[in-house]
Design a binder for this molecule. Structure first.
Ligand code: ADP
Ligand code: MG
Length: 579
């Protein structure tokens, strides 16, 4: 709650302006019945046309002022609401950008999307309503009540009518609240569910078609959709029902007033009093209704406020160490060292345990092991996509946790295992990490990554369109663009997580050769499945089930490390093994 409230601080001026105009509007509204009763008593009652014109003009002016005030209130309150929700959205986006693995796992992507759209819209609506009513209703309620007493000609039965009407209004609202409220709470979750399934299905379109599960997926979506529809129909119906019931109450009040007055009225003054009294009592009842409306909207908005502040107040686990907030633009030599590092993805068991090895600059260090042996986990620790649970990772002897995050990541060219291209062009993707992409750099990176051939084969070349997620290029082409993207940063450390697997052997070999020539000084860390890819590495780290099974060169490992020998045997012929 507090996290959200501070967002309004910046717009205090607009809030105050809106409240002032609201007060103006309420005061004007309170004048109107008074003026009307004057027209009746002084104008019509005395057949005095002059008086009718006199008060008529006054009514017109007061109405116009009220109108201007109402417009101003609308302007300022909308401004506050729109600005606050803009700030919330942008802060939420920034926050989510800083999320590490751990935080992402706490929310689903679809929930994050609902939170930054629908939930913020709820807050926006509440803000407008709140600013509209918060001053208006009390002024109208109290002011109306005072004026009504003045006009009641001392009839006490009238007070009872109003009291009963207000009691009925409140009872109805409480009833509606009790029935509808639990549904409102459910609604946000159901919106999450619909988004989640829609998201799943749109992303998995190809799989759904290939497995012919359209009808199953349709049912799944239909169910979520129907749940949401049922809930919102129910709540809308209840709310819709409330309106005519309220109208009945209002008209009942009018009827009762006329009926009670009918016993008393002797002259035109009392008729005009009655008319004014009717208006004022309506204003009083209306103000109670408005306040109750807030109670109906509030709980749903409170759910939204909670959901939004949950994201905003999330503790970011991976952040700059104290005093390292400013990037210094350092360039490291690039010696990466793991010292007894363990990492677990929540739960008790470590995914990787007691990992110690060194990747020196100017050398190629390879990680090999079966799937799930922890290779990706290890390399993700270097750019701090996760933080080591135990032990430490250092670059040039400095713990990565003590390096400014921007500096750290600027020093690493990373090709993740699950790489993504962004919609744009080949050039915009390769130059993604650069502030000012230079055509020569892009070309050279593409050359080393062996991507030039297919880039130049299309008429558009570097300007070839890339669709969202890189869906219009092949797996191997996507990998090569991702490699070029990492290379274009020309950083001292390069990490390739299984980046060569979608390449044919020839391209794989050519790429490694070009890498060796062009990146001679860099620290290159290659995660691979194929022994052939890493045979010539300066040092090979063999992983087995999250632990290191051996470190050394290809020939040594063949002799000393049974795990490596097994992998090698399954891939290479006897001659290639040289045994
Ligand atoms: P590799 O890259 O060698 O195939 P990973 O490093 O991806 O292996 O995974 C190592 C282990 O950690 C596996 O057992 C895997 O199931 C687990 N793991 C990987 N990512 C996650 C995650 N985000 N949450 C929980 N467990 C994970
Ligand atoms: Mg992996």
């Amino acid at each position: 709650m507090k996290t959200i409230i501070k967002y309004y601080g910046k717009y205090t001026f607009y809030i105050i302006a809106s409240l002032l105009f609201l007060t103006g509007e309420a005061v004007c509204e309170l004048q109107l019945p008074e003026l009307m009763s004057k027209i009746v008593s002084d104008g019509i009652g005395r057949a005095d046309m002059g008086q009718i014109w006199h008060f008529g003009w006054q009514m017109l002016v007061v109405s116009l002022i009220a109108c201007v005030c109402a417009v101003a209130v609308g302007f300022f309150s909308s401004k506050v609401a729109a600005c606050v929700s803009r700030d919330l959205r942008s802060d939420m986006f920034k926050k989510v950008m800083d999320f590490a693995n751990e935080e992402y796992n706490k929310f689903s992507v679809s929930s994050l999307i609902t939170r930054s759209t629908n939930d913020i819209t709820q807050i926006q609506m509440l803000t407008i309503l709140f600013l509209r009513l918060i001053m208006f209703a009390p002024i109208m309620g109290v002011g109306g009540a005072i004026k009504a007493v003045e006009k009641s000609s001392g009839i006490s039965a009238l007070a009872i009518v109003i009291a009963v009407a207000i009691a009925i209004v409140i009872a109805l609202i409480i009833l509606a609240l009790a029935v509808v409220q639990p549904k409102f709470m459910k609604m946000q979750k159901q919106i999450d569910a619909v988004n989640q399934i829609a998201n799943d299905e749109l992303n998995g379109m190809l799989v759904i078609r290939a497995f012919n599960t359209q009808s199953h997926e349709e049912q799944r979506f239909d169910k979520a959709n129907k749940d949401l529809t049922d809930t919102s129909l129910f709540t809308s119906r209840m709310m819709a029902l409330l309106m005519p019931v309220m109208t009945v109450v209002m008209n009942g009040v009018m009827l009762a007033i006329v009926w009670i007055f009918s016993y008393k009225i002797e002259n035109i003054e009392q008729v005009s009093d009655m008319m004014a009294f009717m208006q004022y009592s309506l204003q009083v009842i209306m103000s109670f209704m408005m306040i109750s409306m807030i109670f109906i909207i509030l709980p749903r908005a409170v759910v939204s406020i909670r959901r939004v502040s949950e994201v905003l107040s999330m503790n970011i686990s991976i952040k700059n160490a104290e005093g390292k907030d400013k990037p210094t633009g350092v360039r490291f030599k690039g010696d990466v060292k793991f010292e007894n590092v363990s990492y677990g993805y929540g739960g008790d068991a470590y995914a990787v345990e007691d990992i110690s090895f060194e990747a020196k600059s100017g050398e190629v260090t390879a990680l090999i092991g079966s799937t799930g042996s922890g290779k990706s986990t290890i390399v993700n620790l270097i750019p701090r996509l996760m933080d080591a649970t135990k032990g430490r990772v250092t670059i040039d002897g400095i713990d990565v946790k003590d390096i400014n995050l921007k500096d750290l990541r600027d020093n690493i060219g990373f090709v993740p295992q699950k790489n993504t291209l962004f919609s744009g062009t080949v050039a915009s993707n390769i130059g993604y990490g650069l502030e000012t992409p230079d055509a020569d750099v892009l070309e050279k990176s593409a050359d080393i990554a062996q991507a030039s051939e297919f880039i130049n084969s299309s008429a558009d070349g570097m300007e070839r369109e890339i669709a969202q997620g890189g869906s219009n290029v092949s797996g191997g082409q996507k990998q090569r663009i991702a490699i070029a993207r990492a290379l274009s940063k020309n950083s001292p450390i390069f990490i390739f997580d299984d980046s060569f697997s979608a390449l044919d052997f020839k391209t794989d070999a050519k790429l490694r050769m070009a890498l060796g020539e062009e990146m001679a000084d860099a620290t290159v860390i290659i995660v691979a499945q194929r022994v052939g890819t890493i045979k010539n590495a300066d040092s090979i780290v063999v992983l087995d089930d999250g632990k290191i099974a051996g470190i050394g060169k290809h020939e040594d490992l063949l002799r000393t490390c049974p795990t490596y020998l097994d992998i090698a045997k399954s891939q290479l012929s006897e001659e290639e093994l040289g045994l």
